[in-house]
Design a protein around this ligand. Structure first.
Ligand SMILES: [Cu+2]
Length: 120
């Protein structure tokens, strides 16, 4: 438990978590909506990943407080986009974590994660 807590906070502090090697090669500049750590309303219907350079996103999953992992659908993996908009399922109050995987224009595998909370 202790170790997991440490790893989780370390991952968050790396900043919305572009993996370290890839991030240094690409600058950073990634943003998400919701922001990492943000509290949003249950009426939130979409999420965004925003990049300074176009990114091909291959997989986005969301761990929900019901214990399930949902696949988030958005632009297809063969499209490179600066803003990736995914449709969220109906949200219940609680803590959510989103993990994404993709590939940069030069072919580097990229991934990241962020967390948000849905208010009661
Ligand atoms: Cu690269």
């Amino acid at each position: 438990m202790k170790l997991r807590t440490i790893l989780t906070s370390a991952a968050l502090s790396v900043g919305l978590a572009l993996s370290a090697g890839a991030a240094s090669a690409h600058g950073t500049g990634m943003m998400t909506m919701p922001n990492n750590g943000q509290t949003v309303g249950a009426d939130t219907k979409v999420m965004h990943l925003m990049f300074t350079d176009p990114m091909q996103i291959t997989t986005v999953t969301m761990a929900a407080p019901d214990g399930k992992t949902y696949k988030i659908n958005g632009p297809a993996a063969n499209q490179a986009v600066k803003t990736w908009e995914g449709k969220l399922p109906k949200l219940a109050p609680g803590n959510y974590n989103i993990d994404w995987r993709g590939m940069s224009p030069d072919g580097h595998p990229m991934n990241g994660s962020f967390a948000f909370k849905v208010a009661n």
